[in-house]
Design a protein around this ligand. Sequence first.
Ligand SMILES: Nc1ncnc2c1ncn2[C@@H]1O[C@H](COP(=O)(O)OP(=O)(O)OP(=O)(O)O)[C@@H](O)[C@H]1O
Ligand SMILES: [Mg+2]
Length: 608
Amino acid sequence: MARGRLNSSSTQEKDLPKAKINRNSLKQVGRLLSYVKPHRRKFIAGFIFLILSSLTGLAFPAFLGALIDVAQGNKLKYPLLPATLTGIGMLAFIVLFAQAFVSFFRVVWFVQVAERSLADIRRDTYFKLITLPMNFFSNRRVGELNSRISSDLSQIQDAMTTTFAEMIRQLILLVGGIILLVIVSFKLTLALLLLLPVLSATAIFFGRFIRKLSRQAQDKLAESNIIVEETLQGIANVKAFVNEAFEAGRYDKNLREVVTIAVRGAKFRGIFASFIVFCMFGAIVGIIWYGSVLVSHHELQVGSLTTFILYSLFVAAAMGSFPELYANMQKAVGASERVLEILDETSEEVSIRESENVIKQKIKGHLSFKNVIFAYPSRSEIEVLKGISFDAETGQKVAIVGPSGSGKSTMAALILQFYHPQSGTILFDGQPASAYTLTDIRNQVAIVPQDVLLFGGTIQENIAYGKLGSSKEEIVQAAKRANAHQFVTSFPEGYDTVVGERGVKLSGGQRQRIAIARALLKNPSILILDEATSSLDSESERLVQEALEELMKNRTSIIIAHRLSTIREADQIIVLEKGEIIEKGNHQELLANEQGLYKYLSGLQFEV
Ligand SMILES: Nc1ncnc2c1ncn2[C@@H]1O[C@H](COP(=O)(O)OP(=O)(O)OP(=O)(O)O)[C@@H](O)[C@H]1O
Ligand SMILES: [Mg+2]
């Protein structure tokens, strides 16, 4: 469904779903209600209590009016109320107590239901996100995705805990208030209701306008948050290029736009607010005047007039609160639509439970590419691999060399099934990749990537990521074989040293050895080494090289190499240029080709 959107990130941003509330959008949002279903009893109970508390709220103007009328010795119009001051006062307190009781539970229950369902939605959205195919991520900014899990879901949460309840409450006050107005004085109500259509029409018109502006402000603000996130992520770059001022300027420009939009919105909001205040209170003054006329003609009692005025205040307040509530509802609908958009994407078929993460179909290690043609879906016009074919026998070392951008890492991504070739096949043990589950392939292929990213956590946890639930012994064993044990134990906290964003920064060579330990623990049939382009000093290089030799034992290895010295022993070397294999053979054979790229490249490297 999302083809069109996926293909271009720029249109994706412009096409942000408008938060229109109509049948269709409500039907969409209704799907999120399935998350409330498990808690429906509490929700319904809360809903009933909400109605009760709103209804009891409507009783007070009647009590007040009755008190005044009884105090003046007038006869009461409503047979339901007691006829003495004490009686009315007592009843008022009982109702008040009931209201307090009911309000407490409706607030608590609504929040409980909302929090629990929201946690479910958050969990599902997160799981959906991380199981989406790689392609989804190459088209989106991390900041934007992040905001869906944080701000969009908070918006939905607000709607569930507050906006929805408030809307129901105000609706009851509005309808109940109008009914009671009619009961108290039909003539006065008629006068009041004549004013209402004019007021509401204007309110709707203004509301539309304000909504549009607030949407714009929201989008702009999201944009500026992305700037913050991206600069903080790449703070070293910002500093290294002394681009602090540039980034600050960029942020400032964005903020100014936010302010401009918000201020423009504020003016209209202000006009709207004062308009409502003027008209509503103007109407009330008019009503009081007309009511007083009726009182002087003995058509109305003073107490009833008081009741009437209080009800019309209720009605006015309810009407006044609708634009804002409606705007919040719209925001929530917009947020829901964006969240649903993610939930509607198609996931990769990976195991849903950790316990299902087991190998069902063993791969021995024979890997072949048959005429693989591939273009990244985000740039479908550029073929990155143009008909690649090769065979890696079980246990062989196959090296891939070639200039930067020739498609080496792309081949690794294809082996891992991050993307699928447009034509041609990738075979494991002679069977096409489609014959295996994703879980089976990824569990038996390990990669030591070009740039190793460690998670925030301890070194031990980072190594154990290769095989969750490994024992400490296994982890230390793997670290030793990866030449990492020594440097790890040199830290005061050893394996419990925290690394990643908030911990110790490891050097490139150290990070690589952690990644090697991780891969050793995973014990894959096929190993992909995407050699780091940044060169290590000769000592770390030796340590990493030794660790790699250890890792390559007894399995098929695909080595993407930048230093040709590391691949002399390879069974097969594939020379890649602009997505095509231009040479194939072992070190000796390739050197024999005087005009070959390999000969040229190795000439360059070994001369130095
Ligand atoms: N996610 C992506 N989306 C679109 N194009 C991409 C993506 N990743 C890589 N490319 C493009 O595909 C081509 C091959 O990239 P690849 O990363 O495979 O090169 P490489 O051979 O690994 O280079 P290096 O030696 O610098 O690591 C490049 O032109 C690159 O711009
Ligand atoms: Mg690469």
